[in-house]
Design a protein around this ligand. Structure first.
Ligand SMILES: [Zn+2]
Length: 173
């Protein structure tokens, strides 16, 4: 899946939970950690900016870092969330930021499971893959993206109709 699809899908997952649990829709730190979590697993992608910019790393990356390898697993989600939890404790950030980081990460794995390449959620313990038919960058992914954006608007409108209408007003030039 593309980065934008991961970001909007994570946002939709959070907004649905926020709607039922009466959580904030516009907390900047929370949404930032959510989006970071939703994009982080693709740090193993060969076309990732960091890998492309570092020549030495780029050569090694091809040999050692496998896209959708260990970084795309529940184990990596737990390790990364532990690191974020330590950072949150150090900087007195609310625990919701840590929970949202984990949610973003898990939503990334869920979205990649819709892809034919699939995800080995339980690696390195199991190589069982969950996969589906939506190819990255395909018309189906674009339709999925549009559907997610419409769903976000629907949740936003249901939860905060006043904020939604002021957002629409701000978008008009
Ligand atoms: Zn991915």
């Amino acid at each position: 899946m593309m980065g934008t699809t991961h970001a909007v899908f994570a946002l939709l997952c959070y907004y649905i939970i926020a709607y039922f649990m009466k959580l904030p829709f516009d907390a900047p730190a929370v949404l930032t950690f959510l989006i970071i979590g939703s994009l982080l697993p693709d740090i193993d992608h060969p076309r990732m900016f960091l890998i492309q910019q570092n020549y030495l790393f780029k050569r090694r990356a091809r040999r050692f870092i496998k896209h959708r390898g260990i970084v795309h697993s529940l184990l990596a989600a737990l390790v990364a969330t532990t690191i974020v939890w330590v950072i949150a404790r150090l900087y007195n950030l609310e625990m919701l930021t840590v929970e949202c980081f984990l949610l973003g990460f898990i939503s990334h794995l869920a979205a990649d499971s819709l892809n034919p390449t699939g995800i080995m959620w339980l690696q390195p313990f199991s190589k069982k893959k969950i996969r589906n038919g939506i190819r990255t960058g395909s018309a189906t992914e674009k339709a999925f993206f549009t559907l997610v954006v419409v769903a976000i608007c629907a949740v936003l409108y249901t939860a905060h109709p006043e904020a939604f209408s002021s957002l629409l007003k701000n978008l008009q030039f």
